[in-house]
Design a protein around this ligand. Structure first.
Ligand SMILES: NC(=O)c1ccc[n+]([C@@H]2O[C@H](COP(=O)([O-])OP(=O)(O)OC[C@H]3O[C@@H](n4cnc5c(N)ncnc54)[C@H](OP(=O)(O)O)[C@@H]3O)[C@@H](O)[C@H]2O)c1
Length: 255
């Protein structure tokens, strides 16, 4: 397939690395120049070209720009009706993309994370994108959403990564206070959490994993009770995204 990437930053680098070895012809824009040169040296089939050429010579165009740049750059580019456009930009709606990328019509928004470089990345998408499934579905978890609002809610949920990592680091620091060994403490905490996380969590496996750690009076249950207020804080923090992500209020979210 002929794939084009507009914007050559962190997420383009991860996606291009995730596509390596599949025989695609990949065009990337020259910005940022250091990253563009690194990718073209590292991944077979990657060529650097200006934005016009990226769009003109690709079957699939990935929009990996900052939103404020995209609104300036996209309208002048030669999109075609037969092209697929996949946007990873968090703050440009589907309606806006239809205007910016006219006359292209096959447009979807997805939310990749940097681990897409190695696979195992969740990829929520709206609307359904057979092209995204074909390119990334074998190594990643493509999750088609029923609406743009549902897709946007994944953005809110993805913010969980940072507070969870902060908790893991706090626990590792606490542990290292007794072992005197920071590296070993972090390794223990990371491996322990990893081995409890189900690979797909397809059938209530998260709840089942929690149930196994709920022995009354056990250390897990005791710490969880001590931290119960943090769960309310988490929900409040997520609800705080409602306006920013166009989610409506909580009542609407449950209907
Ligand atoms: N990073 C993530 O984890 C992640 C995850 C999901 C979605 N996203 C979304 O992906 C988009 C890109 O994020 P990022 O983290 O990859 O940002 P980034 O590292 O800042 O990359 C943005 C790229 O756009 C380039 N650029 C600027 N002006 C351009 C122009 N006129 N034509 C072509 N390219 C131009 C920049 O080049 P210069 O450096 O030369 O300015 C840079 O390479 C954002 O909308 C973000 O919300 C990011």
């Amino acid at each position: 397939m002929r794939l084009g990437f507009l914007g050559t930053g962190e997420i383009t680098a991860a996606m291009v690395r995730g596509l390596a070895g599949q025989g695609h012809q990949i065009l990337i824009s020259p910005r940022n120049p250091t990253m563009a040169a690194t990718l073209s040296a590292e991944v077979a089939g990657v060529t650097i070209a200006d934005n016009e050429t990226v769009v003109a010579e690709s079957d699939v165009v990935f929009l990996c720009l900052l939103a404020r740049v995209a609104v300036d750059v996209l309208p002048g580019l030669p999109f075609r009706p037969d092209q697929t456009v996949l946007s990873v930009m968090v703050d440009v709606s589907l309606d806006r993309l239809r205007d910016l990328c006219a006359p292209a019509r096959d447009i979807a928004i997805t939310i990749p994370l940097p681990p897409i470089a190695v696979g195992g990345c969740p990829l929520p998408v709206y609307p359904r994108s057979p092209v995204l499934e074909a390119l990334f579905g074998a190594r990643n978890l493509v999750l088609t959403q029923p609406s743009e609002r549902a897709l946007n809610a994944h953005l809110g949920a993805s913010a969980l990564c940072s507070p969870i990592l902060a908790q893991l680091l706090t626990a590792a620091d606490w542990l290292a206070g007794y072992t005197g060994e920071t590296v070993g403490a972090e390794a223990y905490i990371a491996a322990m959490i990893r081995c409890y996380l189900p690979a797909q969590a397809a059938e209530g496996e998260l709840a089942a994993a929690l149930q196994k750690l709920s022995t009354e009076g056990g250390l897990n249950a005791t710490l969880r009770a001590a931290m119960a207020p943090a769960l309310d804080d988490l929900r409040r923090g997520l609800d705080g995204f409602q306006t920013r992500l166009g989610l409506g209020n909580e009542g609407e979210a449950r209907t």
